[in-house]
Design a protein around this ligand. Structure first.
Ligand code: NDP
Length: 240
C-alpha cells in the first residue's frame, strides 16, 4: 500500500522536488501551495501530483484542507512542513508586519500543519514528520532576525515532537538547507548571489533534489531510529 504524504509548499522549489521524489518512490503525494495557481496547475500537469490551496498561517484553513486531503487520498502518514517565506530587512528597519508575516508562515504554519495530523499518527502508531528549517536558523543572518527566529524555532518543534512521538512510532526531524537554487534564492541580486556562493566551500548552490533525497531517507522505514535530528545540507558552509 502506498503511503500518503503531505508536502506544504510542494508545488515549487524545494517542495516540488520533495513531492516529485516521494511520488517516484511510490508515495501518494498531496502538494499544497498558497496562491500561485498557475505554477500549481503547471506542476500538476507535469507530475500528476494533486495540489491543494490553503494558507498554512491559518489554522482553520489548514485543518479543513488536511481533512479534505484525507477524505480524498486516505490518512496522512508523512508530513513535510516545507512552506516558508522571507521578508528581509535589517532589524532597525524591520516592520512589525514583516516580523508577523514570517512568524505566521514559517513557525505557526508548522504548528498548523502538524497539529491536525498528529492525533491520527498517534492512533495508527506510525508517522513521519520532517520540517524544512534553514542554515540561517542555525547561525543567524544579517537582515533575517524574523526568518532566523522562525527557523531556529522549527528546530525546537522537532526536538520536542520527537520526544512526544517516539513511543507512538512517530519520528520528527529537521533539515537545514544551505543556499539552494530556487526562486527564493534566484530572486536576490546577482552580485549578492555571487558573494553567497563565494562563502560555500562546495563552490556552488545546492539543488532542490539534494534536499528531497534527504527527506526521502528520513521518512523511510530505514530511518525509524533517527528522531529529533537535524541534517545540515549546505555544502560545508556552516559546520555545526
Ligand atoms: P519557494 O519560494 O521556491 O516556494 C515556496 C513554496 O511555499 C510555494 O509552493 C509557495 O506557494 C508555498 N508557500 C509560501 N507561503 C505559503 C503559505 N502561507 N501557505 C501555503 N504555502 C505557502 O521556496 P523554497 O523552495 O526556496 O523554500 C522552501 C523551504 O525551504 C522554505 O521553508 C525555506 O525557508 C526553506 N529554505 C530554502 C532555502 C533556499 O536556499 N531556497 C535555504 C534554506 C531553507 P505559492 O507557489 O502559491 O507561492
Amino acid at each position: 500500500m502506498s503511503r500518503i504524504a503531505l508536502v506544504t509548499g510542494g508545488s515549487r522549489g524545494i517542495g516540488a522536488a520533495i513531492s516529485t521524489t516521494l511520488k517516484n518512490k511510490g508515495y501518494t503525494v498531496a502538494a499544497t501551495y498558497a496562491g500561485n495557481d498557475e505554477a500549481a496547475a503547471k506542476f500538476t500537469e507535469e507530475t500528476g501530483i494533486k495540489t491543494y490551496k490553503w494558507n498554512v498561517a491559518d489554522y482553520d484553513a489548514s485543518k479543513a484542507g488536511i481533512e479534505q486531503v484525507e477524505a480524498e487520498l486516505g490518512p496522512i502518514e508523512v508530513v513535510v512542513a516545507n512552506a516558508g517565506i522571507t521578508r528581509d530587512a535589517p532589524f532597525h528597519k524591520m516592520t512589525p508586519d514583516q516580523w508577523n508575516e514570517v512568524i505566521a508562515t514559517n513557525l505557526t504554519g508548522v504548528f498548523n500543519t502538524i497539529h491536525p495530523v498528529w492525533p491520527g499518527m498517534r492512533e495508527r502508531k506510525f508517522g513521519r514528520v520532517v520540517v524544512i528549517s534553514s542554515i540561517n536558523g542555525q547561525k543567524g543572518q544579517f537582515a533575517q532576525v524574523n526568518y532566523a527566529a522562525t527557523k531556529a524555532g522549527d528546530l525546537g518543534i522537532v526536538k520536542s515532537l520527537a520526544q512526544e512521538g517516539a513511543r507512538a512510532g512517530i519520528t520528527a526531524n529537521a533539515i537545514c538547507p544551505g543556499y539552494i537554487a530556487t526562486d527564493m534564492v534566484m530572486a536576490v541580486p546577482e552580485k549578492v548571489r555571487e558573494s553567497i556562493i563565494a562563502q560555500i566551500p562546495a563552490g556552488r548552490l545546492g539543488e532542490p533534489e539534494e534536499i528531497a533525497r534527504a527527506v526521502a531517507f528520513l521518512v523511510s522505514d530505514d530511518a525509524g531510529f533517527i528522531n529529533g535530528s537535524t541534517i545540515s545540507a549546505n555544502g560545508a558552509q556552516f559546520v555545526v
